[in-house]
Design a protein. Structure first.
Length: 278
C-alpha cells in the first residue's frame, strides 16, 4: 500500500503547485492590474474544433488602451450561448509588460483554474490519507472519516451556493419577458439519423435602463414554455443579457442538491466517528 499512497500524495503536491502558480498570477492581476471599463460590441462565433461540430460564442469588448485609443479584446467563449450581449458593461483587468494579460474582472474568469487544481489536491490527498488510515483505523472509524471527508465539501458548497443564490435574488433586478420561440430544432446524430430537440428559450425584455434586449436562456426549453409566454426574468444590474428565467425551484436547486448530499454524509460520519459507550 506504500507506493500508491506516495503516488497519491505526489499528485496532490503537483496539483498544489499548479494551484499556487495560477492563484499567484490571478492575485497579481487583481492587486496590481489596471482596471478598465469596457463594453461588449458584438458576439464572435467560431468553431472550436476542426470538424465544426460545435460553435463557441465569444464576447468582443471595446475599451480604451493606455494611449486612450479604442481597442478590442475577445474573451473566453461559451458553447451554447454567450452570457454577454451587445451593450453590456464589463470591467477588465490589464497587467503590465510588452504583452499585457487582460482578463474580465470576474471570479469565474480569474480563479476557476486554481480552484480546479485545489479540487484535485483534495481528492488525491484525501484518498492517500484514507488509504493510510485503512491500515490503522477500525472499519467503523474509517468509514466515518470517509463520509466526513467527502461530505464536508458538499456541505460547504451548498452553503456557498445558497449564499450566492440569496445574493442574486436580493441584488438582482426583475423584469417580465416574452418568449419569442417555441419550436424544436433538428439535430443530426450522425449518418442518416436525426432527432428533434427543444431549443433554448429566447426571451425579449425591457431592462431597467430602458434597453430592449433579447437573451438566450440555455437552461430553459422554449417548447416547454410556449411561444409568447410571459416569464419572470432575474438579471444582474447593468447586465440584462446575463439574465435567466426565474423560478424558485430552479434558483435554489443547486444549493438543495449539494446540501442534500453534504448534510447526511457529514451527519453519518460524525455518528460513526463517535466512540461507542462502554
Amino acid at each position: 500500500m506504500r507506493i500508491p499512497i506516495y503516488v497519491m500524495h505526489g499528485i496532490a503536491v503537483l496539483a498544489l503547485g499548479f494551484a499556487a502558480w495560477f492563484a499567484f498570477h490571478s492575485a497579481a492581476l487583481v492587486l496590481g492590474g489596471e482596471r478598465l471599463q469596457g463594453e461588449v460590441v458584438r458576439i464572435a462565433t467560431g468553431d472550436d474544433d476542426e470538424s465544426g461540430s460545435s460553435s463557441v460564442h465569444r464576447p468582443v469588448i471595446r475599451y480604451l488602451d493606455a494611449n486612450r485609443e479604442p481597442a478590442e479584446w475577445t474573451g473566453r467563449g461559451d458553447r451554447h450561448a454567450s452570457r454577454w450581449g451587445p451593450g453590456d458593461k464589463v470591467e477588465l483587468l490589464r497587467g503590465g509588460g510588452a504583452a499585457p494579460r487582460i482578463e474580465m474582472n470576474a471570479f469565474s474568469e480569474l480563479w476557476a483554474v486554481a480552484l480546479t487544481c485545489l479540487g484535485l489536491v483534495w481528492v488525491f490527498a484525501g484518498v492517500g490519507v484514507l488509504m493510510k488510515l485503512a491500515d490503522a483505523a477500525p472499519g467503523r472509524r474509517l468509514v466515518g472519516a470517509f463520509f466526513i471527508y467527502f461530505g464536508l465539501p458538499f456541505l460547504a458548497g451548498g452553503i456557498a451556493a445558497a449564499g450566492v443564490a440569496g445574493a442574486a435574488l436580493g441584488n438582482g433586478l426583475r423584469a417580465t419577458g416574452l418568449v419569442l420561440n417555441g419550436e424544436e430544432v433538428e439535430r443530426s446524430l450522425g449518418g442518416a439519423d436525426s432527432s428533434r430537440v427543444p431549443r433554448p428559450a429566447i426571451v425579449r425584455l425591457t431592462a431597467a435602463d430602458g434597453r430592449e434586449v433579447e437573451l438566450t436562456d440555455t437552461q430553459a426549453n422554449a417548447i416547454h414554455l410556449g411561444r409568447e409566454a410571459r416569464v419572470d426574468v432575474l438579471y444582474p444590474p447593468g447586465r440584462p443579457y446575463a439574465g435567466r428565467i426565474y423560478s424558485p425551484l430552479d434558483h435554489w436547486l443547486g444549493a438543495l442538491i449539494l446540501l442534500g448530499i453534504g448534510v447526511p454524509m457529514t451527519a453519518i460520519g460524525g455518528v460513526l466517528l463517535r466512540r461507542p459507550r462502554r
